[in-house]
Design a protein around this ligand. Structure first.
Ligand SMILES: [Zn+2]
Ligand SMILES: [Zn+2]
Length: 191
């Protein structure tokens, strides 16, 4: 791969072992030059420079490890926050919801999702209401003794956990009660 210095634009040694992005094999993965390329006339600097392809039509990317790791984990809150089939055995397998707007329309959730917490919470679904004829409205379990949580609350919590560098998703499985949004916060959301 013929290259030039990203700082001074001078041609530098070819990359004899070019690396390409696994998910996008056309995309060359840049290499970092500590303190510039070292050629006469290169300003160099504390931050260093990137060696970029000499051919401007070659697409490239920085080897951003955090970005590559974070992406596939993004929508995985279900895998860590929800109980799987066997763990659901002692829980209701049908939860009847009532529309909070008309208070008449019912919906049977026959595949209820439950959180992994020691006191599992039902994860709310938001079907359309045939009576109100509206999308994305609030529902709640008809049986008011069933604790529940909105899935948007869980996905937001998951996103904030992933931003913490020391967070390991497996921790949720080991100590689930530490990582869930509180019931109080849920209530405040629906006032
Ligand atoms: Zn240079
Ligand atoms: Zn309704």
């Amino acid at each position: 791969m013929p290259r030039k210095c990203g700082l001074c634009n001078q041609s530098i040694l070819d990359d004899a072992f070019p690396r390409f992005k696994r998910l996008d094999p056309q995309r060359y993965v840049l290499r970092f030059l500590q303190n510039g390329c070292g050629l006469p006339g290169c300003p160099g600097n504390q931050l260093g420079a990137w060696a970029i392809p000499a051919d401007p039509s070659v697409k490239y990317t920085r080897p951003d490890r955090n970005k590559l790791v974070a992406l596939p984990r993004k929508s995985n809150w279900e895998a860590y926050f929800l109980r799987n089939g066997v763990e659901n055995e002692s829980l209701p397998d049908n939860v009847t919801l009532v529309c909070c707007r008309c208070r008449t329309q019912l919906f049977d959730d026959t595949e209820p999702r439950w959180t992994r917490e020691s006191t599992p919470r039902y994860v709310l679904r938001r079907p359309n209401c045939k009576t109100c004829n509206k999308k994305n409205i609030n529902w709640s379990p008809q049986n008011t003794s069933i604790p529940w949580v909105d899935s948007s609350k869980l996905s937001r919590k998951w996103a904030s956990l992933l931003k913490q560098p020391a967070f390991d998703p497996e921790d949720v499985v080991k100590n689930p009660d530490w990582y869930f949004p509180t019931a109080e916060a849920q209530k405040a959301d629906h006032q």
